[in-house]
Design a protein around this ligand. Structure first.
Ligand code: LLP
Length: 384
């Protein structure tokens, strides 16, 4: 069984569970993403929601990426990490007044507006400050992302964005005095591996642009959101997502107007593969038909399997003994606290280190303190 490279001797001194980040994998991913986007002059705003660990954010900012934020807290985290304010886009269906004011005071690049109600509040708050807010309308493009129901967002009936059929009535409110319409924004879902979804999105954006132009509106910015999937099954063979294929697919179909800027908001594809949740085996429990490997990590540290039935590759990195089959479970008092059923692992013993791979995105950042547990620590390959 091929496994990741981990400094196990160093791990022995650390209290499990914890997140371990391979900074070389992150650097390589950032270089590839930047190079591939650079071929077409595309702009990347890293989706902070995927991982807001300060060291991770700082490295991404140093590589010249912008930030995509969905809360005032994320705007602060992005600014603290060194992302320039004029590279920050701010989405979210429920922006509170203080969050809009923070965006205005910080002079962020753009508010991605999700409803007419929100647009009018931004106009009012910007007026009170004597400012003009840049906005992009988030349009619900009605494109099927063919992904998990809980992480698809671009279909018609959805809390996100403005439905295509209602776009006209929102546009009727322009021009506004304190809001400048600078773009359109879309996001169809997450963990998308089928490029035809992105191709459909590009074609739909062309249609939307035609409609806008028929009304005499040309926007300077087109934002296609995030969503590029990663290979959860082969983190050792394919650690870097296919940014080249993704951007080329969009480039082939998207009709870019002169002077227009194209933006993306990838989260998972940037940070997923650099992160691993490291845990120790507390007990091996023999059942009547099953054998359980009971870990000291649970859904409090990595909620994706419990919440989305997500698959994470699991490796026993302590030995190379013959393989056996286990249900890998956590210590939380909930029957959904299961990482995997019938999982093949090198024979498991109390104290073994278990690696839950591809956990850099939506892992540490979604951790909770349920059962009065401590939030997990994070360690970095270049600091151990
Ligand atoms: N832009 C917007 C407007 C978004 O809503 C999202 C993710 C992204 C960008 C980044 O998408 P990504 O490139 O990471 O796919 N917790 C779930 C994923 C939720 C994604 C929410 N929105 C998971 O663990 O799978």
């Amino acid at each position: 069984m091929i496994k990741g490279n981990f400094p196990i001797d160093k791990f022995k001194e650390l209290q499990t569970p914890f997140y371990y980040y391979d900074m070389k994998v992150l650097e390589d991913t950032l270089h590839t993403a930047a190079d591939e986007a650079g071929k077409y002059g595309y702009h990347i705003h890293y989706a902070v929601k995927a991982n807001a660990n300060p060291r991770i954010l700082q490295l991404i900012a140093r590589h010249g990426f912008g930030a995509d934020c969905v809360s005032g807290g994320e705007i602060r985290a992005a600014l603290d990490a060194g992302f320039p304010a004029n590279s920050i886009v701010f989405a979210g269906v429920g922006k509170a007044d203080w969050e809009i004011n923070l965006g205005l005071d910080s002079d962020i690049f753009c508010f991605n507006v999700e409803s007419l109600a929100e647009l009018l509040v931004i106009e009012e708050l910007a007026k009170a400050k004597g400012k003009v807010a840049n906005v992009a309308l988030r349009i619900n493009p009605d494109v099927d992302a063919h992904t998990h129901a809980k992480i698809t967002t671009g279909l018609k009936e959805n809390k996100f964005g403005i439905n295509l059929s209602m776009l006209g009535s929102v546009l009727d409110h322009f021009p506004l005095e304190h809001v400048r319409l600078i773009g359109i924004h879309t996001h169809i879902g997450s963990q998308i591996t089928d490029m035809t979804s992105f191709q459909s999105l590009a074609i739909r954006i062309n249609e939307i642009q035609d409609e806008l132009e028929a009304r005499g509106i040309t926007v300077r910015n087109i934002n296609l959101g995030g969503g590029l999937g990663i290979d959860y099954h082969h983190p050792n063979h394919l650690p870097i997502p296919e940014f080249g294929v993704y951007f080329a697919a969009i480039h082939k179909l998207l009709k870019v107007r002169p002077g227009q800027q194209i933006h993306f908001e990838p989260g998972r594809s940037i940070v997923a593969q650099c992160g691993t949740l490291i845990s120790r085996v507390l007990y091996v429990k023999e059942g009547e038909v099953k054998r359980f490997a009971i870990l000291d990590a649970g859904f409090t540290e990595l909620i994706r399997p419990a919440m989305y039935d997500a698959y994470h590759r699991i490796e026993n990195i302590s030995n190379d003994l013959p393989v056996s089959v286990y249900d890998v479970v956590g210590p939380i008092c909930e029957s959904s606290d299961v990482f995997a059923r019938d999982c093949e692992l090198n024979e498991v013993h109390r104290g073994d280190f278990i690696a839950l791979r591809s956990a850099g995105a939506y892992g540490e950042v979604m951790a909770s303190q349920y059962n009065c547990r401590k939030l997990p620590n994070a360690y970095f390959s270049d600091q151990l």
